[in-house]
Design a protein around this ligand. Sequence first.
Ligand code: RP5
Length: 171
Amino acid sequence: MNPRVGIIMGSDSDLPVMQAAGSILEEFGIAFELTVVSAHRTPLRMVEYARTARDRGLQVIIAGAGGAAHLPGMVASLTSLPVIGVPVRSSNSIDGWDSILSILQMPNGVPVATVALNAAKNAGILAASILGAQDKALGDKITQWKSRQEAEVLEKAAKMKKDGWNNTFDD
Ligand code: RP5
């Protein structure tokens, strides 16, 4: 299967966070590729990756980086594909806010869909939802996945009640 989603990150040290995007895409049966592309350390690789992504068949790019996290925004400036940015709380990140704001505060004209700090799983779900908008089978799969998630939460609420925690809402 040709990859539909490209997962890139500024360093291999981002992988422990970013692998969650791959895991959830795998769960949805979406083919993806994953590699390191650094905006600052491999700028020409970044340009080539972003410029060729669409022609290579990618439909969404997930880009994670920490600290002065320019990768998602720069990639978004170079492609018309949707780019989802994952701010990573990395070794060179002060407290995570630097990564968040570097990815979030894009200028008009170059949007990056920014998820929460380290929220690579949500980036994967968002990528799947973007693809699922045009792909009925995938859209149905995501709907079922969300129903299962809902059922799991309701089970947890029922268990808490059974364990004796006061809950008049479900009476
Ligand atoms: C960023 O610097 C990377 O995305 C990573 O989050 C951070 C630290 O990189 P390493 O020093 O671990 O390679 O560009």
